[in-house]
Design a protein around this ligand. Sequence first.
Ligand code: ATP
Ligand code: MG
Length: 255
Amino acid sequence: MKIGVVGKGGVGKTTISSMVCASYARRGRRVIAVDTDSNPNLGISLGLSVEQTEALQVLPRSVIVGERGDLTVDELIDDYGAPTPLGPTVMSALRVTEAAAGCTCGGHATVRSLLGEAMEQHADITLIDMEAGIEHLSRSGGTLAHADVLLMVMEATVKSVITAARTIALADELGIPHCVGVGNKARLPEDRAVFEQLCEEYEVPLLAIVPHDAGVVDADRGGHALSPDAGGPAWAEIDRLLDHVDQLLGSNAPA
Ligand SMILES: Nc1ncnc2c1ncn2[C@@H]1O[C@H](COP(=O)(O)OP(=O)(O)OP(=O)(O)O)[C@@H](O)[C@H]1O
Ligand SMILES: [Mg+2]
């Protein structure tokens, strides 16, 4: 299953990505988590130290992944993947290490190629934590063109729901089969009605509403992992989200 996590800046893409990855790992799935932020920190939420996250080798740009390409998936995972304490293997795709070094198109091409591979032998879940915005859908070929589902993370604001609505239109053109809305940072119960009303108005299917969680704030403050051991309503909602996604894609969980 190939999942893209998308949305407006700051809505919680990295937070939701790490919680989804950690929860799938807890369910016994093999997870590859790809951070496409030019300023990456998904690794920290999955339990790597700041130093380990900084030390991740950035995926080479513009490579064709696959048996007949530049690098096999195995080589890519061995050379660029880092196992994390919460279980998923994390990779960094688009880190910017030099000022004025040019665009990141080559990095996007690598991610697109990786998603185009049949990953069954390597991972049950490949998740891409996408950079903010919708440009990745308009790039040549579309970075996420091979995704099975996009999780469109939103806050309870018109702007972030409109971003999701625009995402659906572009994803449709690329042939991505499923786009689902994930409300985040909800101050319940008031924000539930806001999400429901905005999503109805802009025709965004709303699959989950993840509450604002003090544990997430604390973990980010200290640069710590977001562990399912913390429990609480946000994790319970992520669990429900995974059930919905599995149902949507007819995916088989291992026994
Ligand atoms: N459910 C939540 N409860 C409380 N705080 C949250 C929640 N989700 C995200 N946050 C906070 O919101 C901020 C932005 O989250 P995050 O970095 O995940 O967003 P993002 O969409 O990945 O941002 P960017 O566009 O910069 O990549 C962080 O400070 C994070 O701690
Ligand atoms: Mg992010």
